[in-house]
Design a protein around this ligand. Structure first.
Ligand SMILES: *[C@@H]1O[C@H](CO)[C@@H](O)[C@H](O)[C@H]1NC(C)=O
Ligand SMILES: *[C@@H]1O[C@H](CO)[C@@H](O)[C@H](O)[C@H]1NC(C)=O
Length: 395
């Protein structure tokens, strides 16, 4: 074998090693997922390299920001809700009655994503068109430049601005038919904002529904069964999620390291663990093969330095039952192959126990981000259609 063909064989082997990711058998279009995941990682590596060389960062395809462009059915505009940038999707067809509204919060680990990026633009547009609803897709400032609670404060500011008689009337929105929704980190912000509205005497108009799509809901236990089972699953590994959580609170790498070891909580926080105790909150089938051990506490200074770590506004699962009781009808979507699966499962179970109406959709062949990737994955399209049907019937 010549040198050239040897090089070729080695390159192919390296490429195959990079691209090949073991996936569960019931994932539909596994190669498409592997290629998407490989492209994401190449993008991260290339961006890092370019940054070192002093070039501007590369924008990944899914995060490409698109201008507000109206189509045949939906008028799209960018505006500010009390200084917070939002994208508004308004159906063109005249409506004889007031419209429903969805206040949407994008995901991206509190560090990336934008209401104007191609996948969220598409999501907002389709929701507005198919549901004949006003869709407000909000932005918020991102980590690492801004940390908790800036993200939540921005979202809450825009939400409060929207939930006023005058503004709703301007958009011809029915104040009794408003949904607050978000995916991933956006689901976290949606859950936190919905809890916050309950106690806010200045917000008179409450939401009818909260919809949490594979939400992140707690930063206490980074070793739930779903974290263990899906630690290496695209498109969100345990490593990535731990980095997102710690970056939400601080750029101090000490927190990330402690979270990876699951030893980031002080002993004074032990009473909070009842709210994330998966041995009581998860159904048997999700506990299978895992042994519950009580938390190992360490680093009491981290929670003092970064109090967000134990803050219910960052981890909505830490709310006690009396707080949960007042929550509106809650839609939760969880995916089997997702580190955040158990966050959603435990919230659904706690809400039910508190007497809140819950509509839970568990996607057996789902992985994290499936709705944002619905253009490319049949399972995503299927789930998105189901989601729209549910909103159609319940909002
Ligand atoms: C507009 O709505 C019509 C009727 O529902 C549909 O056939 C068409 O595809 C929609 N156009 C766009 C751009 O979404
Ligand atoms: C979690 O629940 C189990 C019972 O299922 C109990 O033995 C354990 O002490 C609980 N741990 C915490 C930290 O609440």
């Amino acid at each position: 074998m010549g040198k050239k063909s040897l090089c070729l064989v080695i390159s192919c082997a390296l490429l195959a090693y990079f691209v090949y990711t073991p996936l569960p058998d019931n994932i539909e279009q596994p190669w498409r997922l592997r290629m998407t995941w490989a492209a994401m990682r190449v993008h991260v590596h290339l961006s890092g390299l370019l940054e070192i060389l002093g070039f501007p960062p590369l924008v990944f395809l899914y995060l490409l920001e698109v201008p507000p462009t109206s189509d045949a059915n939906v008028t799209v505009t960018d505006t500010l809700f009390n200084k917070v940038p939002v994208r508004v999707f308004e159906p063109k067809q005249k409506s004889s009655t007031m419209r429903r509204a969805v206040f949407y919060i994008h995901g991206g680990g509190w560090t990336t994503g934008d209401a104007t990026c191609i996948s969220y633009d598409r999501l907002g547009r389709q929701m507005a068109d198919k549901l004949d609803a006003m869709v407000i897709s909000t932005n918020y400032r991102l980590s690492p430049q801004y940390h908790f609670p800036t993200q939540l404060e921005d979202v809450y500011e825009a939400l409060r601005w929207f939930l006023r008689k005058k503004v709703l009337a301007e958009y011809d929105v029915d104040p009794t038919r408003i949904c607050i929704a978000g995916d991933s980190a956006g689901g976290n912000l949606a859950a936190a904002a919905t809890q916050q509205i309950l106690d806010d005497p200045e917000v008179k108009i409450k939401v009818k529904i909260q919809s949490l799509i594979y939400p992140a809901l707690q930063a206490l236990d980074m070793n739930l069964p779903s974290y263990r089972e899906n630690a290496h699953m695209p498109i969100l590994r345990k490593l990535d999620m731990v980095m997102f959580w710690s970056t939400y609170f601080t750029s101090d790498k000490a927190l990330e390291e402690a979270m990876l070891a699951n030893q980031h909580t002080p002993v004074e926080s032990s009473h909070l663990f009842q709210f994330v105790n998966w041995s009581t909150l998860l159904l048997e089938r999700f506990q299978k093969g895992h042994l519950y051990t009580n938390p190992i506490h360490g680093h009491s200074d981290l929670a003092t330095k970064y109090p967000g770590l134990l803050d219910v506004r960052a981890s909505p699962l830490l709310a006690d039952d009396s707080r949960l009781q007042g929550l509106p009808l809650t839609h939760v979507l969880t995916c089997q192959y997702d580190v955040l699966r158990d966050d959603g499962l435990m919230y659904a179970s706690r809400l039910r126990a508190a007497g809140v109406q819950v509509a839970h959709e568990h996607v057996e062949d789902g992985f994290h981000g499936i709705l944002s990737l619905s253009r490319d994955f049949r399972a995503g399209q299927r789930e998105f259609r189901k989601y729209l049907r549910w909103l159609e019937e319940n909002l």
